[in-house]
Ligand binder design. Structure first.
Ligand SMILES: C[S@@+](CC[C@H](N)C(=O)[O-])C[C@H]1O[C@@H](n2cnc3c(N)ncnc32)[C@H](O)[C@@H]1O
Length: 425
């Protein structure tokens, strides 16, 4: 990956990114100016240093979002060999039988994104690795100096895995929803064995690789999987993988009878914390939604970014629509992937469009940035430790995107939860 030193001017000062070491730094206005001077004096700055000030392009510095997008969550295709019963994307559904975004259209969007200082792209789908031009896309992103992440079902042969690893994709997330019988019932028959083979190959590669990859098992938390958390943590640990438990969102093919109750979600958060403590693992080794109130998961430790973290990075907003964008296989933007089956929450097709203009003027993005999170504003945790939860949950469960996340734990009786010890209560 090409090294980029990106300095973006923002309403709060600036954002500095060094893509080589994954450094992010929020700068106050005076710090922005001195960083700018420092970068302009670098002798070898050509092709490496990028200073982005949207006011020079006639746009204001936004106060409710970053002034240009930092990250993309990109669904490269709707196609997948999987038949997952909970798929929020509803992948492979016949209505997706239309031409997907082409390589040259992707190229043009990436060119604009890079020019605006964008630096992170997570590839997902459908199954992104099924695209014939998948490696051309990864090469394009690497050449543009993007940090590339991959969400995959892990069902590929050794040759394809080698190609993925040789391209230096570090953040590979492979889905596995429990032990074999459970996983294969949710995902599809034979999936578990195939995924374990890939996981074993990655673990083997990492033993000798000079620059090992940092893989994660992604597991959806739902009624069928919840009881298997500990077994899956141990499995992930055995292979040197991290694990991420993502609460099932009621979108696409997901069924409401698999939804956990808010009490169970809190229990999952406390379980995760208990396992971190027992196994001596850092927080990042076991990720889970809604763990913000657990002991030991405190402000500075929770965020990758510590120190000066101004709005919109201060826990007051969901990143999608405010610093990142979801793009679907037809180049339509959405604030977040969970909305791709909700027509009214989908924005414009950005093919042939000016990305900066879309970022500043899309009515959908403006609406997202103006959410007031009704029901959160009087809560002492809001903006301190909690960003109001997931607007998609509020939208799908209560039909009010501006409402309180139905999984808000404020009303959960945590004393009833075994081993649960609420912090600061
Ligand atoms: C839609 S998949 C696409 C990438 C790839 N095909 C895969 O299987 O990982 C991305 C991730 O979303 C998770 N997922 C699927 N449906 C979900 C839902 N309803 N709620 C939350 N996560 C879900 C999957 O388990 C997977 O980890």
């Amino acid at each position: 990956m090409k090294r980029r030193l990106i300095l973006k001017k923002e309403s709060f000062g600036g954002l500095f990114v060094d893509t080589e070491i994954g450094k992010r730094e929020f700068l106050r206005p005076d710090e922005y100016e001195s960083k700018k001077q420092e970068l302009l004096q670098l002798e070898d700055r050509a092709g490496k240093v990028q200073i982005v000030d949207v006011t020079e392009r006639g746009y204001p510095l936004l106060t409710d979002a970053t002034s240009s997008p930092n990250s993309f969550f990109w669904e490269l295709t709707k196609h997948c060999i999987g038949t997952c019963t909970d798929c929020f994307m509803d992948s492979n559904s016949p209505r997706w039988n239309q031409a997907e975004i082409s390589f040259s259209e992707i190229e043009e969007i990436v060119r604009q994104f890079a020019d605006l200082g964008g630096y992170s792209v997570r590839l997902t789908g459908g199954e992104p690795t099924l695209r014939q031009d998948f490696f051309d896309i990864v090469d394009l992103l690497n050449e543009a100096g993007m940090e590339v992440g991959l969400n995959t079902n892990g069902m590929f042969d050794e040759k394809k895995l080698e190609q993925i690893l040789s391209r230096g994709i570090k953040d590979i997330r492979i889905s596995l929803d429990g032990p074999e019988e459970v996983n294969d019932r949710i995902r599809w028959s034979g999936n578990y064995r195939g995924v374990i083979t890939t996981i074993e190959r990655i673990a083997e590669y990492n033993k000798t690789a000079p620059d090992p990859t940092k893989p994660t098992i992604n597991m959806v938390l739902m009624r069928s999987t919840m009881l298997h958390m500990e077994q899956m943590v141990r499995l992930a640990q055995g292979y040197g993988f991290k694990i991420s438990f993502g609460l099932m969102r009621l979108s696409g093919r997901a069924k409401s009878d698999e939804m956990l109750s808010p009490e169970e979600v809190v229990q999952a958060a406390y379980e995760s914390q208990r396992m971190r403590e027992e196994l001596g693992l850092p927080q990042g080794a076991i990720r889970v939604n809604y763990d913000i109130f657990c002991e030991g998961v405190q402000d500075g430790k929770r965020r990758k970014v510590s120190g000066y973290a101004p709005f919109p990075f201060d826990n007051s907003k969901c990143p999608l629509g405010t610093s990142g964008l979801n793009i679907d296989a037809y180049a339509r933007i959405a604030p977040c992937g969970y909305f791709v089956n909700a027509e009214e929450m989908m924005g414009e097709d950005i093919r042939g469009k000016d990305l900066l203009n879309v970022w500043h003027n899309s009515s959908l993005l403006k609406m997202i940035r103006n959410l007031t999170r009704e029901g959160c504003t009087d809560c002492g945790y809001y903006k301190v430790k909690c960003n109001g939860g997931c607007p998609a949950m509020a939208y799908f469960l209560d039909e009010n995107i501006n409402g309180r996340d139905p999984y808000c734990i404020r009303d959960v009786n945590v004393t009833r939860i075994a081993g649960g010890k609420p912090a600061g209560r």
